[in-house]
Ligand binder design. Structure first.
Ligand SMILES: C[S@@+](CC[C@H](N)C(=O)[O-])C[C@H]1O[C@@H](n2cnc3c(N)ncnc32)[C@H](O)[C@@H]1O
Length: 238
């Protein structure tokens, strides 16, 4: 599947099945890394872009943020996040927007984007995402992103993610289209892209970020303690 065949709203058809899978213990292995990179959120204003069912929006409120707003392109995911908020209120607020055309929703100290940029359909749309996020940040604000590791090699059997099956299209000039299948019944199947590091870096710099740092994400699973996740990387931009 070519990167351009990705559907921005592919999550509309998955909704609860995706959320159910990710809520299962061990199926969000990036969470400890995200928590560590976010650091102390007391009093912070947090924007969670591609919030899905609100995992990190809620986490921010629970960690003492003054305000946390989640944004997602999928009406279904926004509805799930709002339902969760109704069931167990934290004060998180949700909006439906495409991150490639994000309006200025306010002034935020921290933006989170966990599994957003791998859904950019091309480098231009990735640049639009970074620009929209930057426009929502206060001076000195930072972005914590988690995405497909730019060095991930779908052909290397020793570097496969735990708990998912990945198949790949032909590598393109700056990335490789991937199909990721999570083993639930019926399976959750998602199309995304492994973009090269320079696609992120150029897009982020064009948007005005000057300080970019890649971080490894270590698998917290007891059977692979401390092993660097070959599929996942974090990028912090300020
Ligand atoms: C893998 S889920 C991650 C959700 C959440 N960040 C988490 O980690 O639980 C990816 C989310 O990105 C959203 N998404 C994909 N493309 C998007 C876009 N262009 N703008 C906003 N959200 C997008 C999807 O609808 C989906 O909810």
């Amino acid at each position: 599947m070519a990167a351009s065949e990705q559907e921005p709203a592919q999550y509309d058809a998955l909704g609860e099945r995706y959320a159910g899978f990710k809520r299962t213990r061990g199926n969000a292995p990036e969470e400890p890394a995200v928590r560590a990179l976010l650091g102390d959120l007391s009093g912070a204003r947090v924007l969670d872009v591609a919030c899905g069912f609100g995992r990190y929006t809620r986490l921010a409120m629970e960690a003492g943020a003054a305000r946390a707003e989640g944004v997602d392109v999928s009406a279904e995911m926004v509805a799930l996040a709002r339902q969760e908020e109704e069931r167990s209120p934290t004060g998180a607020v949700y909006h439906r927007h495409d991150a490639t055309a994000l309006p200025v929703l306010g002034v935020f100290d921290v933006a989170v984007a966990v599994w957003l940029f791998n859904y950019a359909e091309d480098p231009g749309r990735m640049a639009d995402m970074f620009r929209g996020i930057r426009a929502n940040l206060a001076p000195g604000g930072r972005l914590v992103a988690v995405t497909v590791h730019p060095g991930y090699d779908p052909a290397d059997p020793d570097r496969q993610p735990a708990g998912a099956r990945v198949t790949a299209g032909r590598p393109g000039a700056r990335g490789t289209a991937l199909v990721v299948e999570f083993p639930v019944e019926p399976p959750v199947v998602l199309a995304c892209t492994r973009w090269d590091a320079d696609v992120y870096e150029q897009s982020a710099r064009q948007a005005g970020f000057t300080d970019l740092t890649w971080h490894p994400v270590r698998n917290p699973a007891p059977e692979a303690p401390g092993r660097e996740d070959p599929f996942t990387a974090a990028l912090v931009c300020a």
